[in-house]
Design a protein around this ligand. Structure first.
Ligand code: URA
Length: 278
């Protein structure tokens, strides 16, 4: 016998499933807290009762939470200043890794599983810098180990390099939730650490993978298709390093026809390395 199911729980489960599917489609792939926070709520003044939200359940524990959070934030040191001071303390790569392990100024570290510091040979003459770790990198704690990383390995191999002759890292050291682009604030907080890393590695050639890394490290605003294949000078404060930008391997996975441009860029990197050792 067929019949209509009037159980209200089924309706609620269906809406919850639809909401979850919508969040997954939007790129959410993990929960970052157990209870919802209404970030749009006005902070509650001291002694004032929380405003009641007509017709809604009180997500709005948030007004009572918002005021102390705002107060604590105001009392905290500026995370960019603190990153600068801490990065300056590092004498070696191991120091830098250790400092980053204990650094709590970047909000990304609280949603990431691991610190993704670097991979490859610290003595390498060429250093590759990408944007941010993805899901696989977050699990393994190493940059470029997922699909884009496998392609990067093939590109390196094509010009006679591998992870024993190249050094690989990212502009930010923790995975942004859902692989979103790091915010300018997150990038600014990580910047002293990537600058210090470049200073310590002191490569002959710096290769920026993708528009985000290129714009950030070269302080430029053009798109990657304008910047790629050109040579720039990256100034560490102690010396200038030859720097170039190329297409990000993740972009090449989506646009394989563009691999020919990346191939040209990689050949130019090979030539620059040959010339700098001559
Ligand atoms: N994309 C990046 O920019 N960096 C990684 O480590 C992985 C993917």
């Amino acid at each position: 016998m067929t019949g209509t199911n009037n159980n209200p729980d089924d309706g609620r489960q269906a809406s919850a499933r639809a909401l979850l599917a919508w969040q997954l489609d939007a790129g959410a792939d993990e929960a970052v807290g157990n209870s919802p926070v209404n970030r749009l709520a006005q902070p509650k003044k001291v002694g004032e009762a929380a405003p009641s939200q007509a017709g809604s359940r009180p997500i709005a524990d948030a007004p009572t939470q918002a005021a102390p959070v705002a107060f604590e934030t105001a009392a905290m040191p500026d995370p960019v200043m603190s990153a600068r001071a801490k990065a300056r303390e590092a004498r070696t790569l191991e120091d830098l890794r250790h400092i980053l392990e204990g650094f709590e100024g970047c909000p990304l570290r609280f949603t990431a599983k691991s610190l993704c510091f670097a991979d490859g040979n610290p003595e390498a003459r060429v250093m590759f810098v990408g944007e941010a770790p993805g899901a696989e990198e977050d699990i393994q704690g190493k940059p470029f180990v997922g699909r884009a990383g496998k392609l990067l390995d093939k590109m390196l191999e094509a010009i006679g390099l591998d992870r024993s002759s190249a050094y690989i890292t990212n502009v930010v050291f923790w995975r942004p939730p859902g692989n979103r682009t790091p915010t300018p604030q997150e990038t600014q907080i990580c910047r002293p650490f990537i600058e210090r890393q470049i200073e310590i590695i002191d490569p002959d050639v710096l290769v920026l993978l993708g528009g985000a890394a290129a714009k950030e490290m070269l302080n430029r605003s053009e798109g990657i298709l304008k910047m790629r294949g050109k040579w720039f000078e990256y100034d560490t404060g102690k010396r200038t390093i030859k720097a170039t930008a190329t297409l990000h391997p993740a972009y090449l996975l989506r646009q394989p026809a563009q691999k020919r441009l990346a191939w040209r860029d990689f050949l130019a990197v090979k030539k620059a390395l040959e010339n700098s050792s001559a």
